[in-house]
Design a protein around this ligand. Structure first.
Ligand code: PMP
Length: 400
């Protein structure tokens, strides 16, 4: 189990100003503040005024299974996926909204498990896996499910839920299921399947897909997570509908729905992004194009510095792919750099002690300490500070 300080938000009361001091930069967490200057430039385009008499009811759409989902958000989500082409959102799919994809992950564990099972169902993910999965799974010591570690080592003849993150957090790899047994359950976490991070090769069409506002647009504070689930009129309907209802029940019991202010804000922002994607005159302000440029610039600079480390540090290579969204062959620019130190070195320790850079070490992700994860979603100032520190480190390696 990953200790609380290793969660994505390690100290809830921390403010951005304390993340970065002259001596230390904290790149251990994935707080997506790099998009802040972009949204500042957007000025009033996403401004909303909500008066005190609006949005008062618990209910958004009482005839919908997901009664707390506002129809504005439902439409905006479908439209953006349609424009980007990263997920199938036909009318026969329904959408459930949660307080961040973190709450939906819990809701899914609850919905995919059963109190009638003799043993808690095993939750697995191929290492390196997102460090919050073990913590979230084990947190309540549930009798419904248990964390069972690396999917590559799962050899028990038992029911399981495999979590597949693609592109993966922490290493940016494109992934599919590892354990392919009949009856196996799967959650596809597609938090990073957006054009600024990866090539959009096809519309994802899995049974359960998670997306999050946090990593799509950078608005992590609004806590809007999404889950898409096909809704087939077949025998599976009974089962699927039961799963969907159980998820809604979970969100009802844990938070009685999702803030309508957040939902409206998300609909407005997603709508502005979709407008810009569809208007060729607004090509330059297009959020994803901006995000791609930003991420690809950062990756280029980081690779240049890492290359000068005499082989002490290295980064994964990603194949180019044809991106249906941009219509070009493009590189992947993951949200995290999966940095590796040469054999025998603890990469997190090296970066902290030699460079004053806080990162999250490989053991949090189920692999060796030679790896560490560095957030690429930080502010420009933090990113430049990291480059400076790494360059100075290179200087010491080269005897300068
Ligand atoms: N899944 C993955 C793979 C993530 O990296 C994160 C955030 N770091 C989340 C889910 C959680 O996102 P949210 O802010 O929607 O809870």
């Amino acid at each position: 189990v990953v200790p609380a300080e290793k969660s994505e938000v390690s100290v809830a009361t921390r403010t951005p100003t304390t993340l970065f001091s002259n001596s230390v930069v904290d790149l251990a967490r994935g707080d997506p503040i790099l998009y802040e200057p972009y949204w500042k430039k957007m000025g009033d385009r996403c401004k909303m005024i909500i008066s005190a008499d609006e949005l008062m009811s618990y209910f958004s759409n009482s005839v919908n299974l997901c009664w707390f989902l506002m129809s504005e958000l439902d439409r905006a989500i479908r439209r953006l996926h349609h424009v980007v082409g990263n997920a199938v959102v036909d009318d026969d799919r329904f959408i459930i909204v949660g307080n961040g994809s973190t709450q939906i992950f819990h809701a899914l564990l609850y919905a995919l498990s059963s109190p009638d099972q003799p043993e808690p169902i095993s939750v697995i993910a191929a290492a390196p896996f997102y460090s919050s999965y073990p913590m979230e799974t084990e947190f309540l010591r549930s009798r419904l499910y248990k964390w069972a570690g690396d999917a590559n080592r799962f050899d028990e003849d038992q029911a399981y839920i495999e979590v597949v993150t693609s592109p993966n957090n922490p290493d940016g790899s494109i992934r599919g299921t590892v354990v392919n047994r009949e009856g196996g359950k799967c959650i596809h976490d597609l938090a990073y399947y957006w054009p600024q991070y990866t090539t959009i090769t096809r519309k994802a069409d899995h049974d359960v897909m998670l997306f999050t506002f946090s990593k799509a647009t950078g608005h992590a504070g609004s806590r809007i997570g999404l889950k898409l689930k096909p809704y087939f009129y077949s025998w599976a309907i009974v089962k699927d509908k039961a799963i969907a209802s159980k998820m809604v029940t979970f969100i009802e019991v844990s938070s009685i729905g999702v803030s309508k202010e957040s939902q409206l804000r998300a609909s407005t922002i997603l709508g502005v992004i979709a407008d810009d994607c569809q208007n060729p005159k607004l090509k330059e302000v297009n959020f994803f194009k901006h995000g791609r440029r930003l991420m690809s610039n950062r990756w280029k600079k980081l690779r240049e510095v890492v290359m000068k480390s005499n082989g002490v540090l290295s980064l994964p290579e990603y194949p180019q792919g044809y991106c249906k969204f941009t219509g070009k062959y493009t590189d992947s620019n993951p949200a995290f750099a999966w940095l590796r130190c040469k054999e025998g070195l603890n990469c997190e320790d090296v970066l902290r002690e030699e460079c004053g850079i806080m990162t999250r070490g490989g053991t949090s992700f189920g692999v060796e300490a030679t790896y560490t994860r560095v957030s690429m979603l930080c502010s420009d100032a933090e990113f430049n500070f990291m480059l400076e520190r790494l360059s100075a480190f290179n200087g010491t390696l080269n005897g300068n």
